[in-house]
Design a protein around this ligand. Structure first.
Ligand code: HEM
Length: 221
């Protein structure tokens, strides 16, 4: 008989960070679209409104980033354990997981990775999340901050190649984030039900069916 077990996967601070961050990103993307293409896009009325809203959303994303970083580094102390791929992850885990997403999932085969609170992410997630959270997100925040204070920070802007280079870097990073978002949301629907991975992001708990002790691996999507 199948039993349901519940695993507490996502602590409250991470859920608060994630949804503030997701909401902030959607606002940044829409306002950014209007700021970049004002002749084609008019979602927020006045151009200055779009800039004000963009800056406010930038602050929300930056402040919530500090929550994510502070929580994992100083409170849970699991940042390196959860987010840094092992050699084995890089040598074969990434390939195994990609094969699952591209082929084995469609053949109804089980997910090679089973999430636990100590090993939450599969090798592909670890690698992508690491790049996003430790390199790209700080870079987009930093470039946005420089663009908000062009006059007082012109010395630093000059060092990175001037305002045009900075605008291009910020725009390319934003495009990268938009592409990530589509793939991220699609892959998040590939659980044993389309919302299986969304639930722990909402109330913290992952629901898992297990037939016999030690056989729960085969029940994974
Ligand atoms: C509307 C937008 C978004 C939705 C619907 C969404 C959905 C989800 C879901 C369902 C999960 C849990 C499954 C998983 O780990 O893949 C998750 C986790 C995660 N998402 Fe998102 N996401 C969104 C935006 C973002 C953005 C903009 C970022 C980063 C810039 C992001 C970064 C992450 C990270 C790092 C995790 C793992 C968090 C942890 O447990 O430590 N997400 N997201």
């Amino acid at each position: 008989m199948k039993e349901t077990e519940y695993i507490y996967l996502t602590p409250l601070p991470i859920r608060i960070w994630h949804w503030l961050n997701a909401f902030g990103f959607v606002v940044l993307a829409l306002t950014g679209l209007q700021i970049r293409f004002p002749e084609y896009v008019d979602i927020f009325g006045d151009y200055k409104n779009a800039i004000r809203l963009h800056n406010a959303a930038g602050f929300v994303v930056s402040a919530s980033y500090l929550l994510w970083f502070g929580y994992y580094l100083f409170i849970a102390r699991t940042l390196t354990k959860l987010y840094i791929p092992t050699l084995e992850d890089i040598r074969s885990g990434i390939f195994r997981q990609a094969l699952y997403y591209f082929f084995n999932y469609f053949m109804g085969r089980p997910n090679p990775h089973v999430s636990t609170p100590e090993d939450k992410f599969n090798p592909l997630q670890k690698t992508v999340y690491l790049v996003i959270m430790i390199i790209l997100l700080p870079l987009v925040i930093l470039s946005g901050f420089l663009l908000m204070y062009v006059t007082p920070l012109r010395g630093i802007i000059h060092l990175v190649g001037g305002i045009k280079t900075l605008v291009s870097i910020h725009f390319l990073l934003a495009c990268g984030f938009c592409s990530f978002l589509f793939v991220h949301i699609y892959l998040a629907t590939l659980g044993h039900t389309p919302f299986a991975h969304f639930k722990p992001m909402w109330h913290g708990w992952e629901e898992r069916k297990k037939e016999h002790e030690g056989k729960d691996h085969e029940e994974q999507p």
